[in-house]
Design a protein. Structure first.
Length: 505
């Protein structure tokens, strides 16, 4: 055998061995982080959402972030494989890849070892029942396998559900242990029923049905807002929610639309006496009222709220693990409640839950809803000051289309240019919001900025992007996750839109 052939043969053997070894390593290597999710802490007067990670089939929580939720750290010493923390007069010591945690002189053993993930110390979820009550002296209620915990004097409600067939649909009946207030919206082809502020611990997380009208019902509170998400089995169905028995019973009818009445031949000669009056519009199913709801909504202006990112796109991330997608989802839920409380608007969400809607899906949702205003929310690095707010309008790369007030507008407008017809109104909306933000104590509100924000480009309405800062790996997100700040910000947005609407904008 020649030297050249020998070398080629040897290299082939080496490459084959390396390939087999890499494949075997990938097959046997235990998966660390499988997915990310949220974990909700319910307190007597508030609730907080923190990120959760699943590693090797075990749910893990960020250790320091959990402690910051329930108290104040008294000191911290971190080494390569160990962490010592002072908390509420107790010295806590933990080690990486060790299930033992030392509280002063007592050693506690968790169900899984402590981990360090992306520089954060993570503890298994049974930490909230095994350790947290000893540190806080409070009652802790936690159902293993769920993503929520109730601390102190919090008594969560629950509910049961059953389905009954109807002649042209199906009826879902929810029996709650506590009174709920229900508002209904549609998003991503599903119906979402927000259940108010009372904490809920469902008996089951989801319910599946073999039914031609309803596929499944899922409970979701990943953003801290309890809600039911109903998935229809087919399109084109109507949804009629009704509250009864003082708010403890919710009935939701899913029905086929009624067939249109037969058409009578039109008379050959128009006569006022033979002309038929247009049908009266039906009331909205946007909120469950005392009487049955109907498919069409009242003539209220529509505000479309867009929570940026979602799903596998987490966006920016803070030093203490708060992701942009979760932060803006919670804020959008608060803004929605503030707008509905005014009684002046209908609200449509571009995404509900942890999904990553495309730019096109978000703008189609806004345009099909006939939006009067479109607000997209984001968070990022805006420098050292926090909280800080920036409002952006769309910056057109080309010549602007004439506004509707000018009376000159082309018959066909490309979707990629439709926002150009609303640039003046968008700037007015941005200025109004910025002026309102500027009066919030402790908040830095930048003047409106023009930027080529992709989400705004194809929205056929006055539209702005609102960015919260700073959310960056160098800063904790505590100022931005503060409930008082979020509620005040939501109230200010509602006041700004109410002022514009009252002024005829």
């Amino acid at each position: 055998m020649s030297l050249n052939k020998f070398l080629q043969s040897s290299w082939r053997r080496i490459l084959l061995c390396l390939t087999l070894l890499c494949g075997l390593a990938l097959l046997l290597w235990p998966p660390r982080t499988l997915r990310s999710d949220n974990f909700v802490f319910y307190f007597p007067n508030s609730r907080r959402v923190i990120p959760l990670e699943v590693m090797e089939n075990t749910k893990y929580l960020p250790f320091l972030q959990v402690l910051n939720l329930v108290g104040t750290l008294g000191g911290l010493t971190e080494k390569r494989n160990s962490l010592k923390v002072g908390f509420a007069g107790t010295h806590i010591e933990l080690h990486a890849d060790d299930a033992r945690i030392r509280l002063d002189k007592k050693t506690m053993i968790l169900s899984a070892p402590v981990r360090v993930s992306n520089g954060k110390w993570m503890v298994p979820s049974d930490f909230v029942t095994a350790i947290l009550p000893r540190l806080t002296g409070q009652d802790v209620e936690y159902q293993v396998g769920t993503n929520r915990v109730f601390l102190g004097d919090v008594k969560p409600g629950s509910f049961t559900v059953h389905m009954e067939p109807e002649s042209n649909g199906a009826r879902l009946t929810f029996q709650f242990t506590d009174k709920v207030t229900v508002r209904t919206e549609s998003a991503n082809g599903k119906w979402v029923m927000f259940l108010g502020d009372h904490p809920i611990q469902p008996l089951e997380q989801s319910f599946h049905f073999q039914n031609p009208y309803v596929s499944d019902v899922r409970f979701d509170d990943q953003d801290g807002m309890p809600k039911l998400v109903i998935t229809p089995s087919a399109g084109g169905l109507n949804f009629y929610p009704t509250l009864a028995e003082g708010g403890k019973v919710l009935r939701a009818d899913v029905l086929k639309p009624a067939p249109p009445p037969p058409q009578t031949p039109a008379p050959s000669v128009f006569s006022p006496s033979t002309a038929s009056a247009p049908p009266a519009p039906a009331p909205s199913s946007g909120a469950a009222q005392a009487g049955p709801a109907a498919p069409l909504g009242p003539p209220l202006p529509v505000v479309v709220l867009d929570a940026g990112h979602g799903g596998d796109d987490s966006g920016a991330k803070s030093h203490d693990g708060v992701t942009e997608k979760n932060l803006v989802a919670v804020l959008v839920a608060r803004v929605r409640q503030a707008l509905l409380a005014t009684g002046k608007f209908r609200v449509v969400l571009t995404r509900t839950g942890d999904v990553n809607a495309s730019f096109e899906q978000r703008t189609v949702t806004a345009n099909e809803a006939g939006a009067a205003y479109f607000l997209t929310f984001h968070a990022g690095d805006l420098g050292g000051n926090s909280p800080r707010l920036a409002v952006y309008t769309f910056q057109s790369p080309g010549q602007a289309i004439a506004s509707p007030e000018s009376g000159v507008r082309p018959i066909f407008v490309p979707w990629s240019q439709v926002q150009e017809a609303h640039l003046d109104q968008s700037l007015q909306l941005a200025r109004t919001l910025q002026q309102e933000f500027a009066v919030i104590a402790g908040v830095t509100a930048d003047l409106p900025i023009q930027a080529p924000v992709r989400t705004l480009r194809s929205v056929n309405a006055p539209a702005v992007a609102i960015e919260l800062g700073s959310l960056s790996p160098d800063n904790d997100a505590t100022p931005l996750t503060d409930a008082a700040f979020q509620l005040q910000l939501a109230s200010v947005v509602a006041e700004a839109l109410s002022a514009l609407q009252g002024g005829g904008a």
